[in-house]
Design a protein around this ligand. Structure first.
Ligand code: MF3
Ligand code: CO
Length: 256
């Protein structure tokens, strides 16, 4: 499969899908407090998307026949859970850190973004993890410039995390995005041995660093989806969908 560059008109449509994701995540951030039921977040997304005529990109998504179809419209991953957490009736507790990863398909194009949110007061260590991970995402976005190569982004993300002695998760990462949620290329959160795909105007990428306080090795939970750290250390994930453009840094499509 080859990299699909988007026309300016397609980027306009991707911005609309992205804005819906960004706006919905901003509303979810405002809902978060000790006592929130994760299923209420899923119901909120369902109602919002109905109002906008958007499709729930994640619902029934099946990357591989080995996986059961994903059963929700959002991934909610708590504390040692890294990605792909399935929403349950679990109640959020003071001190939790919670990742909300959300996709929307609008007018045939996909937006994809994730935030990790503190529930009430969290430890200074947890707060540092959130800060480092979010900063590494913005470092990646800053490196996403026409004329460069994919490895500029990978290296910028890695360099923003390494000095803090936190774990960088391997095996999961960002991706091209467009009519499909997952397009070429795959975007590692650490340097590759080659320059990788040239960054050209119209290349749209989901960048999504994943960082751990402990060992970055992961394992799958019994539900066949949820990914957690093997040592159960806290972990964090931020994601934006960004479009490479001429002469500027990338445009972030998933802002509210
Ligand atoms: N946003 C995620 C990704 O980039 C999660 C999608 S998995 C799904 O891969 F099953 F929930 F769709
Ligand atoms: Co993604």
């Amino acid at each position: 499969m080859a990299v699909k560059l988007k026309s300016p008109d397609e980027v306009v449509r991707m911005r609309k899908a992205g804005q819906l994701v960004g706006q919905t995540l901003a509303r979810i951030r405002e809902m978060v407090r000790p006592g929130l039921n994760c299923k209420d977040v899923e119901r909120f997304v369902h109602e919002e998307y109905k109002r906008y005529g958007a499709k729930e990109t994640f619902k029934n998504y099946q990357p591989h026949p080995r996986y059961p179809p994903y059963p929700s419209n959002i991934c909610i991953s708590i504390n040692e859970q890294l990605v792909h957490g399935i929403p349950t009736d679990r109640i959020l507790q003071e001190g939790d850190i919670v990742t909300f990863d959300l996709g929307a398909t609008l007018d045939g194009y996909v937006g994809d973004s994730a935030i990790t949110v503190p529930v009430g007061a969290i430890t200074p260590e947890a707060q540092r993890l959130l800060d480092v991970t979010e900063k590494s995402l913005w470092a990646g976005i800053g490196a996403a410039r026409a004329g460069g190569h994919l490895n500029d982004i990978c290296g910028a993300i890695e360099d923003a995390i390494l000095p803090h002695k936190m774990g960088i998760v391997r095996g999961y990462g960002g991706h091209g995005i467009g009519r499909e949620m997952h397009e070429e290329p795959h975007v590692q959160n650490h340097r590759m041995r080659f320059r990788g795909t040239p960054l050209r105007p119209g290349l749209v990428l989901a960048l999504e660093p994943m960082v751990t306080l402990g060992n970055p090795e992961t394992e799958e939970e019994d539900d066949g989806w949820t990914v957690r750290t093997k040592d159960r250390s806290l972990c964090c994930h931020f994601e934006h969908t960004v479009a490479i453009r001429e002469g500027h840094e990338a445009e972030v499509l998933t802002l509210p």
